[in-house]
Design a protein around this ligand. Structure first.
Ligand SMILES: [Zn+2]
Length: 244
């Protein structure tokens, strides 16, 4: 299957107001980092094309964002934000007249984020936001915590939290849309079938820890370089401890 996804990092780097009260965080910096990690993660899946609604140097007007999504005919629109206005936790919005698919995506992302982050569950809500109303496809808007909350702000500024949110959003999307990891099909008709490590190899490929070769083999007896070894450690999440 193919899936065109538009990621919309809300606002721009210099949008007035959209920052923490102490000025230490600009909302766009959080939103765009989550978008960058989500794109990198999504591109590990077959048939996925990722578009950005935002740009790094200007605040793209909302109409321009949704016009482009409609023109490209993307399959799903995901708007990324950090909240403000008094409160704590995570909430995901759909339009009051949203499609069932929008609500399915929103519920999956909201539940996954709460499970992964342990933050307060503010639930799936409805709002007449431009990006939800003017998009012709399923659309959700995620508020990943409050910039004006003392507990949420340090998280929003923490790169590990941004990466966690991004990976969690992607995991939920891959489940809703049944996306397959690239290379996941390589385990058929190759040197893995019947091998003593077959099950482990299949798990490694399915989880994106290692991949096979384009010819369909895994290379069960090939040596591993030091560079490949640290890449595997990184994919297992073992290198992010204490490096914030
Ligand atoms: Zn925002």
């Amino acid at each position: 299957m193919t899936l065109k996804i538009m990621l919309d990092a809300g606002h721009g780097p210099n949008t007035p107001g959209k920052r923490s009260p102490d000025g230490s965080l600009r909302e766009f910096h959080f939103n765009s980092r989550v978008a960058d990690v989500m794109r990198a993660e999504l591109e590990k899946y077959e048939g996925v094309t990722v578009y950005f609604a935002h740009e790094q140097l200007r605040d793209v007007p909302l109409k321009e964002r949704t016009d482009r999504a409609n023109k490209l005919g993307v399959d799903v629109y995901v708007s990324l934000h950090a909240n403000a206005g008094g409160g704590t936790g995570i909430e995901t919005f759909v339009h009051p007249k949203s499609s069932a698919k929008s609500r399915e995506v929103a519920k999956a992302i909201q539940a996954a984020l709460i499970k992964a982050t342990g933050m307060v569950d503010r639930g799936v809500k409805t709002a007449d936001f431009h990006v939800l109303r003017e998009t012709d496809m399923p659309a959700v808007l995620i508020e990943h915590g409050f910039m004006d909350n003392a507990a949420d702000l340090p998280k929003l500024k923490d790169d590990a939290f941004r990466v966690l949110c991004a990976k969690t959003n992607v995991k939920a999307l891959t489940q809703v849309y049944g996306l397959k990891r690239k290379g996941a099909e390589l385990v058929e008709n190759n040197d893995v079938a019947g091998h003593w490590a077959e099950q482990s190899i299949k798990k490694a490929i399915a989880n994106g820890v290692m991949s096979g070769y384009p010819d369909g083999t895994f290379g069960v007896n090939n040596p591993m370089t030091r560079a490949q070894f640290v890449a595997v450690l990184d994919k297992l999440g073992l290198l992010d401890r204490g490096t914030k």
